[in-house]
Design a protein around this ligand. Structure first.
Ligand code: HAM
Length: 426
């Protein structure tokens, strides 16, 4: 027996009310904030991610699904949206459009991670990017897109954490201090942090290892080392968040796992899905477009895991609305009626009435059972008598009544009943 690959999931029919609910709310939220949708391929040239996300990050070093395709191209399954969206922004000359360009996407993301609750090898993200504007109001707007969505979905216990990671002007000064501090504590830290110190020192702040916690607690804060520009930007972000009453905590340890971030970084957590599982993470990446060969262009965005949003709904007992089911079931009695009943079923659908057809040679009783199980409101029964008399027997499965309706009036009759909803005969 085959099973789905480790860390991947089938989205079964019973899961779809959650998915539809989340996705509908995403589209509505994006529209409310004036975002336009973009879809990029689920694979890109490998070097795009190496340049964009950065060597030394977990994503590039350990997690990419990379392979050579049959034409010899080096390909990687999308491990995040941002690099691909920036490639599209450049490729399609979007800088001549009114700036900022506000884009959102929904789709699968692939990372070779150790699967656990809320962490998968294929997950789906709602991703947002705003390109071409450095006003800190943009940062506040991007954060509020996520916040608004989560509020709309009914999440409780939301918390927003923000930090600034500085820029190429001020970050090196901070890293020097951070590394010097860590050198004094080299015997107290884990082996991973010793490696991080060499390859990607900022990430030591993100270590989850127990033994490193006291060292992290005493580490210098990057916000004390920001240049005037970054300092003003961070103050601007906070002023805008304060103005809209969006409360946050400044988390000096928040550094995020991708190399492109500059200035603002943020994460949102929701009650119920574990303190290690952010429901949203993002930040500013003012150097990324240049890194990918474009002109200096600021940008900011976030990604939010749809599986984690659904997990939050389940943990918090939030029920999505159920999806519509076929309202009609067409049953037939006697072999000669099959084709006629099939034709009637198609006519109903063409008139916009959702209908199921009773396949095979089953008894009326068994077809009625199927109709009930499917949750249909009316069963339409065609036997030889009905065909001879030009009628359809309509059984109201809610009211347990039945009546003969002339065949040429059946659609209007059903539209009327289904629209006004009262059981027939009531
Ligand atoms: P990220 O923090 O790597 O950022 O992922 C964004 C979100 O995707 C996470 O907060 C989480 O909700 C979800 N997520 C990540 N990995 C997994 C996984 N293995 N299983 C389930 N859910 C997961 C980015 O990807 C950046 N590109 C976000 C961004 C956009 N920054 C600027 N623009």
């Amino acid at each position: 027996m085959y099973t789905a690959p480790r860390g991947t999931h089938d989205i079964l029919p019973e899961e779809w009310p959650y998915w539809r609910y989340v996705i509908n709310n995403i589209h509505e939220t994006a529209a409310l904030f004036g975002f336009e949708q973009i879809d990029t391929p689920i694979f890109e040239t490998t070097s795009l991610y190496i340049r964009g996300v950065g060597e030394g990050t977990d994503i590039v070093d350990k997690e990419m699904y990379s392979f050579q395709d049959k034409g010899g191209e080096e390909i990687t399954l999308r491990p995040e949206f941002t690099a691909g969206v920036m490639r599209a922004y450049l490729e399609h000359g979007m800088r001549v459009r009114p700036q900022p360009v506000k884009l959102y996407s929904i789709g699968p993301i692939f990372r070779f991670e150790r699967p656990q609750a809320g962490r998968y090898r294929q997950h789906h993200q709602f991703n947002v990017e705003v390109i071409g504007e450095q006003d800190p109001a943009v940062d506040a707007e991007v954060i509020s897109v996520a916040w608004h969505l989560f509020k709309r979905l009914g999440f409780r216990g939301l918390s927003l954490q923000i930090n600034s990671t500085g820029c190429p002007k001020c970050r090196p000064g901070y890293l020097k201090e951070l590394v010097a501090y860590y050198r004094q504590h080299e015997n107290e830290i884990c082996d991973d942090c010793k490696r991080r110190l060499e390859r990607n020192p900022l990430r030591v702040l993100d270590c989850k290892n127990e033994q490193c916690q006291p060292v992290i607690a005493g580490a210098p804060h990057i916000t004390d080392y920001l240049c005037d520009d970054c300092k003003a930007h961070f103050a601007g972000l906070r002023a805008h968040l304060d103005a809209i009453g969006l409360s946050y905590t400044v988390n000096h340890r928040l550094v995020r796992g991708l190399d492109y971030y500059t200035k603002t970084v943020f994460e949102v957590y929701a009650e119920g899905i574990g303190a290690q599982n952010a429901v949203c993470g993002g930040g500013r990446y003012d150097g990324l477009i240049e890194e990918l060969g474009g002109p200096p262009t600021p940008g900011i965005g976030f990604g939010s895991g749809i599986e984690r949003q659904i997990l939050t709904m389940k943990e918090q007992g939030i029920e999505p609305p159920s999806l519509p089911k076929p309202k009609l079931f067409v049953a037939h009695v006697g072999e000669a009626t099959h084709v006629e009943a099939f034709r009637l079923t198609m006519k109903l659908r063409e008139a916009g009435l959702s209908a199921l057809y009773g396949f095979g040679n089953r008894s009326l009783r068994s077809q009625m059972k199927s109709a009930n199980r499917a949750g249909a409101r009316f069963a339409l029964i065609l036997g030889e008598d009905e065909i001879a008399q030009g009628v359809v027997t309509v059984r109201d499965l809610e009211a347990s009544t039945q009546e003969a309706v002339p065949r040429d009036q059946i659609i209007a009759w059903l539209q009327d009943k289904l629209l006004f909803g009262a059981p027939s005969g009531a």
